[in-house]
Design a protein. Structure first.
Length: 261
């Protein structure tokens, strides 16, 4: 992916900042979705944290151990870039400015072993004793199950057997519930508001993290924002969408699945 120019990011960030008064937001949890490789989305998240001053920020991109390693790191982008070298998320350095604005950093990423367990045995069994509290013991409605399997099939470039998609959906449900649990733990430990930084798929109000937050703790004031790109709104439903971010140059994500001559 070609790097976006710093000038373009700044222009976008200032434009969105002017139209979004984050300091006026009042709630318990703000979920800010993203496309993981869009630097303009990261700039928007940084602006939100500067204005909101949340008590804690939960990151999809960090494991709990990785987050703990950042507790005493100076809150500068350079320090965060250096401290996150070797972390499991491939472009974690792109989040340096967001991390630098996070007073408390919480990691919510699951291990590969947990994901494999959800794929093979189901999200509820992998999640553990609180699975019922978070709604994982309730099967998805048939229409949603079908839609989610179809979405997973497309996301994997139609290159994987369709019969594997049920396991993919279970792994996604496990992650949604785990992120919700991390948010609730952060609320209980640090107070409100808490921000969750995650992909748009997890931020969806129709079947993402907000659903599991509502199941586990009814009455939380939760808002979820999906971020799209010009001409490409995020899939799903959100409390608010931001759709005017420039699109960065990208390689074909399905190229890896193409046969090599």
């Amino acid at each position: 992916m070609a790097a976006a120019s710093a000038g373009a990011i700044l222009i976008y960030a200032l434009a969105v900042f002017a139209s979004t008064v984050w300091s006026d937001w009042a709630g318990d949890v703000l979920i800010i979705g993203e496309l993981h490789d869009n630097p303009h989305h990261h700039a928007q998240q940084r602006n939100a944290l500067i204005e909101m001053r949340p008590k804690a920020v939960v990151f999809e991109m960090l494991t709990p151990d990785e987050a703990a390693q950042l507790a005493d790191v100076d809150r500068t982008a350079d320090a965060m870039t250096a401290a996150t070298q070797g972390f499991h998320w491939s472009n974690i350095a792109d989040y340096a400015d967001v991390l630098a604005q996070s007073p408390v950093i919480v990691g919510a990423a699951l291990s590969r072993a947990d994901m494999r367990a959800a794929f093979s045995d189901g999200a509820a069994r992998s999640f553990g004793p609180e699975a019922g509290r978070f709604g994982l013991t309730t099967p998805l409605p048939a229409a949603q199950q079908s839609a989610r399997e179809s979405l997973q099939f497309d996301a994997h470039c139609t290159a994987m057997p369709p019969e594997m998609m049920g396991g993919m959906v279970e792994a996604q449900r496990l992650r949604d519930a785990a992120f919700a649990r991390a948010v609730i733990d952060a609320l209980d430990t640090y107070g409100a508001p808490v921000v969750l930084i995650t992909g748009n798929g997890h931020a969806r109000t129709d079947w993402g993290v907000p659903v599991y937050l509502e199941a586990a703790r009814t009455g939380l004031r939760v808002d979820s924002i999906g971020q799209g790109e010009a001409g490409r709104p995020p899939q799903g439903t959100f409390d608010r969408t931001l759709t005017d971010a420039p699109t960065p140059a990208r390689d074909d994500p399905c190229a890896a699945f193409s046969p090599k001559g």
